[in-house]
Design a protein around this ligand. Structure first.
Ligand code: HEM
Length: 132
């Protein structure tokens, strides 16, 4: 099975439980007070639903879908819009890996490496759009 397929299946095993997205934001915001401050006025119920699709866009991009949705994320998170500095994406990815490790019953450290290298190009693209 390809890396992108392994990731797609792992996400399928994990994201059916709505608690997954609650855990993600608890873990992500626990990593930095700057991050939690950014979500101080956010409706987290909507945000959790948005993240469900957002992660799916990254996974589908890895499976060969065009980068339209990834570019839209790059645009919305850029300096001119939400101003999400590139350094925060490593915290985001670490939080995602921690959340997956708790929810995917088939989690292994090898699968974590597959996830990381599979999402890398999409995240690189989003980060590269910060200043544009
Ligand atoms: C909003 C996904 C990384 C902070 C959003 C939205 C999505 C999303 C889908 C809804 C608005 C939109 O479509 O643009 C993602 C994905 C990420 C990521 C897939 C990783 C590749 C980050 C990081 C931060 C962040 C690293 C830094 C703290 C925010 C904030 C909002 C937002 C503050 C707006 C919340 C509000 O409306 O109050 N994100 N995001 N995101 N994201 Fe991200």
């Amino acid at each position: 099975m390809s890396d992108a397929d392994l990731v797609f299946q792992s996400y399928g095993r994990s994201c059916s439980n709505a608690v997954f997205f609650e855990d993600f934001y608890t873990i992500f915001m626990g990593k930095s007070s700057d991050v939690s401050a950014m979500f101080a006025n956010t409706n987290m119920e909507s945000q959790r639903a948005l993240l469900r699709s957002g992660i799916l866009w990254l996974v589908m991009h890895a499976r060969g879908l065009p980068d339209t949705k990834i570019r839209a994320l790059g645009e919305s998170h850029s300096k001119k819009k939400m101003n999400i500095k590139p350094m925060y994406y490593s915290l985001w990815l670490d939080a995602l890996m921690e959340t997956l490790s708790r929810h995917d019953p088939k989690w292994t450290s090898e699968l974590e490496q597959v996830w990381r290298r599979t999402l890398r190009p999409s995240i690189d693209l989003i980060q590269s759009m910060y200043d544009k």
